[in-house]
Design a protein around this ligand. Structure first.
Ligand code: FAQ
Length: 308
C-alpha cells in the first residue's frame, strides 16, 4: 500500500481519499483558508473604485478582475472543504479573527492609480508566490492554483498597462502613479511573509511539498522581476538601496520594516477593522440569499425523492 510518506518522497499528489498526518491536514486548512479569505477580502480595496473608474473600458476591466477574485475564493473554499472543514466553519473563523487573510488588503486605496499598483505589484507578488503552489503536494489545492494563476497573470498585465498609461500621461497623472507605487512597494514585499529565520511554518511546509520555495527566495524573485518593469514604466521604486549585484545576479534591496507586517497581521493596520467589518456586514446582509438557496435545494431534493 502506498503511504503518505511514499507519495511525498515520490513527489506524487496527495488526494482527499489518502491517509495524511493530522498536522499536514491542519497546515493545509490554515494556508488554503487564509488564501481564500484573502481573495474575498481582497475584493474590497478595488471594489471601492468600481463606481469611479474613469471610462467604461476601465470599469469593465476592473469589474472582471474583482469578479475573478470572488471566483478564486470559491475554488479555494472548495479545495479546503475536501479536507473535512465546512465553508461555514471557515467563514466563522475569519469573522471571529481566528484565521488570517493577507496583510496587503489592510491598506487603503486612495487614488485611481492604486488600481494599477495593486494589479502590477500585488497580483505580481501573488503570481510569484502562487505559481510554485501549482506543484503543491495536495492535489485539490494544486489544481485550483492552475486556473487562478492564469487569471492573476491577466490582472498583473492590466495593472501594468494602467500604470503605463498614467506614467506617460500628464504630469499630474505621472505623479499619481508614482505616489501609488511609493505606497504599495513595501507592503507588496511583506506579502511574502516574515524572513526565513522567523518563518514558523516554512521548513515543515517545504518538507511536505506544500511550499516549494522559502519566503525570502520568492521575495527576491519578485524584486528581480519587478525592477526592470519599473524601468519600462518610467517609475521609481522607493528604495535608495536597490542596486544590481553582478555576483549574485540579483538586485540587492533595502531592509524591510517587518514590525509593520507584524502589526498589520495582529490587526493594527490602517484598514483592518474596516475590511473585517464590511465582510461581516456583507455576510449578514446575504443571510436571506443563503436561506432561500438552502430552501430551494431542499425542495428539489424532496421532489426527486417523490418521483423516485
Ligand atoms: N499576511 O511561517 P510563515 C491574493 C502569517 S494574494 C498575513 O512564513 P506560511 C491575490 C502566517 O499565516 C494574497 N499573515 O507562514 C489577490 C503565519 O501565521 P499563523 C494571498 C501572514 O504560511 C490580489 C505567520 O505569519 N496569498 O489574494 C503573512 O508558511 C488582488 C508566520 O509566517 C496567499 O495566501 C501575510 N502577508 O507562509 C486577491 C498565498 N505572511 O497562520 C485580490 C498562499 C505570513 O501561524 C486582489 N499562502 N503570515 O498564525 C502562502 O503562500 C503562505 O501562507 C505565506 C506565509 C507565504 C503567505
Amino acid at each position: 500500500m502506498t503511504t503518505f510518506d511514499d507519495l511525498i518522497a515520490a513527489q506524487e499528489r496527495v488526494e482527499p481519499r489518502d491517509d495524511m498526518p493530522d498536522a499536514y491536514r491542519a497546515t493545509l486548512v490554515r494556508q488554503i483558508a487564509q488564501h481564500a479569505h484573502s481573495e474575498i477580502i481582497g475584493m474590497q480595496p478595488e471594489g471601492n473604485w468600481l463606481t469611479r473608474a474613469p471610462s467604461l473600458r476601465r470599469k469593465a476591466i476592473l469589474l472582471a478582475k474583482v469578479q475573478d477574485e470572488a471566483g478564486h475564493g470559491l475554488y479555494l473554499y472548495a479545495a479546503a472543504e475536501t479536507l473535512g472543514v465546512s465553508r461555514d466553519e471557515l467563514l466563522d473563523a475569519l469573522h471571529g479573527g481566528k484565521q488570517k487573510y493577507s496583510s496587503i488588503f489592510n491598506y487603503p486605496t486612495l487614488t485611481w492609480a492604486d488600481m494599477g499598483a495593486i494589479g502590477w505589484l500585488v497580483d505580481g507578488a501573488a503570481i510569484v508566490n502562487q505559481v510554485p503552489l501549482c506543484r503543491c503536494s495536495y492535489g485539490p489545492y494544486a489544481r485550483a492554483m492552475v486556473r487562478i494563476c492564469k487569471e492573476e497573470s491577466f490582472h498583473q498585465r492590466q495593472g501594468f498597462e494602467l500604470l503605463q498609461t498614467l506614467s506617460h500621461g500628464t504630469e499630474a497623472q505621472h505623479a499619481m502613479a508614482q505616489d501609488a507605487v511609493d505606497r504599495w512597494w513595501w507592503p507588496a514585499l511583506m506579502m511574502f511573509g516574515p524572513p526565513d529565520d522567523a518563518s514558523t511554518h516554512s521548513t515543515q511546509s517545504m518538507a511536505w511539498g506544500i511550499k516549494r520555495f522559502s519566503n525570502d527566495a520568492l521575495r527576491q524573485r519578485f524584486v528581480d522581476m519587478t525592477v526592470p518593469q519599473a524601468q519600462v514604466l518610467g517609475l521609481t521604486l522607493p528604495d535608495p538601496d536597490l542596486s544590481w549585484d553582478a555576483e549574485r545576479g540579483s538586485w540587492d534591496f533595502g531592509e524591510i520594516d517587518f514590525t509593520e507586517l507584524y502589526e498589520v497581521v495582529k490587526g493594527n493596520g490602517p484598514c483592518n477593522a474596516q475590511r473585517l467589518g464590511a465582510r461581516v456586514q456583507a455576510h449578514e446582509d446575504g443571510a436571506w440569499v443563503r436561506e432561500a438557496a438552502a430552501a430551494y435545494a431542499a425542495k428539489q431534493t424532496q421532489k426527486g425523492r417523490d418521483v423516485a
